[in-house]
Design a protein around this ligand. Structure first.
Ligand SMILES: [Zn+2]
Length: 323
């Protein structure tokens, strides 16, 4: 198991609870994507199933249970994920049928005589009926089951579900820790710094972005916003280009860049931000545009064609930025 250093403390606490036979029946692993929740959940599930755990409580990696776990065929581990639709794309919701199947599985005896474990990921994608069905399972816990819910957006879970789970909060590590972790993965210091700045300090996301060329996209977005503000690019042309690829990530970067510009301006250092706004722009306008960019991003996750929504958003940027 590769446990991120910033999750070591939570890991140790959980292993201690296991030693004292004081584990809860349900865990909620909550926090932004990119912090290692899934590795953590997998590592703990494997440790619970392992037949000869190491001294530190982690799985041995060699026993029969560990082999089955690695092959994805351990009979006492149930994974509930987004199923694929007929067209091969994942559904957007975890359904009630999946939850019913899960509860039927969990009433059976564990085949290895140990625990039965369910990993529900992304738990925050359960629809209302799925969530209600899971609640029944949570309200009738057996000592031999462990439910692990994984959620990047835990606030979307119902309050009742949340209250039935012991919550483990995954938080951003200090920037030096994130820097060291990235450099151990062959990201040079400058790229690591840029990627962490772009990802608000999220190391997993920074790693993905540093490796995928997303930072180049961020620089492009910054350039487009500067050109629009200076009147040297047309909102129509930029909207056309943005709508062709990476629209979600572009909007994420655009909103983050504008927030950064607003923060820099509040400190009287607008020129230091990536957008380097040369005209002082009213803070309320920057904030309004930030909200608008986020709303557009939400909107475009639906079936809408992006051009028009982007055009409106970008046209609104040229106005406040030049004001
Ligand atoms: Zn093992």
């Amino acid at each position: 198991m590769t446990l991120a250093p910033w999750n070591a403390e939570a890991w140790t606490r959980l292993i201690e609870r296991r030693r004292h036979d004081a584990l809860p029946h349900a865990l909620l692993l909550a926090g932004p994507a990119g912090l290692g929740k899934r590795e953590f959940a997998d590592g703990f599930a494997q440790a619970l199933l392992c037949q000869s755990t190491r001294a530190d409580g982690s799985a041995c990696g060699a026993c029969r249970a560990c082999q089955l776990f690695a092959a994805g065929t351990h009979p006492d581990l149930v994974r509930v994920n987004l199923e694929l639709r007929d067209d091969g794309k994942p559904r957007t919701e975890i359904t009630v049928d999946q939850m019913r199947m899960l509860s039927e599985r969990l009433v059976l005896t564990a085949q290895f005589g140990g625990m039965q474990i369910a990993l529900i990921d992304p738990a925050d994608a359960m629809n209302v009926s799925a969530s209600n069905a899971l609640l029944k399972t949570l309200e009738e816990p057996t000592s031999r089951t462990m439910l692990m819910l994984i959620g990047d957006h835990p606030a979307r879970l119902s309050a009742t579900i949340r209250s039935r789970c012991q919550r483990i909060e995954f938080r951003l590590p200090p920037s030096e820790t994130a820097q060291r972790w990235l450099s151990a993965r062959d990201i040079d210091a400058k790229a690591a710094q840029d990627a962490l700045l772009a990802s608000d300090g999220n190391p997993g996301r920074a790693l993905a972005w540093a490796r995928s060329g997303a930072l180049k996209l961020r620089r492009e977005v910054a350039q487009d916003l500067r050109d629009l503000a200076a009147g040297s690019a047309s909102a129509y042309e930029v909207a056309q280009r943005w709508s062709k690829d990476g629209v979600d990530l572009r909007l994420h970067f655009a909103a983050a860049l504008v927030r950064e510009a607003a923060q820099a301006q509040a400190r009287g250092r607008a020129r230091d931000a990536a957008l380097a706004l040369t005209h002082a722009t009213e803070m309320s306008k920057l904030t309004a545009w930030f909200d608008r960019a986020n709303r557009t991003r939400e909107l475009l996750r639906g079936p809408l064609r992006p051009e028009l929504a982007l055009l409106e958003l970008l046209a609104a940027w040229t106005t406040p930025a030049a004001a």
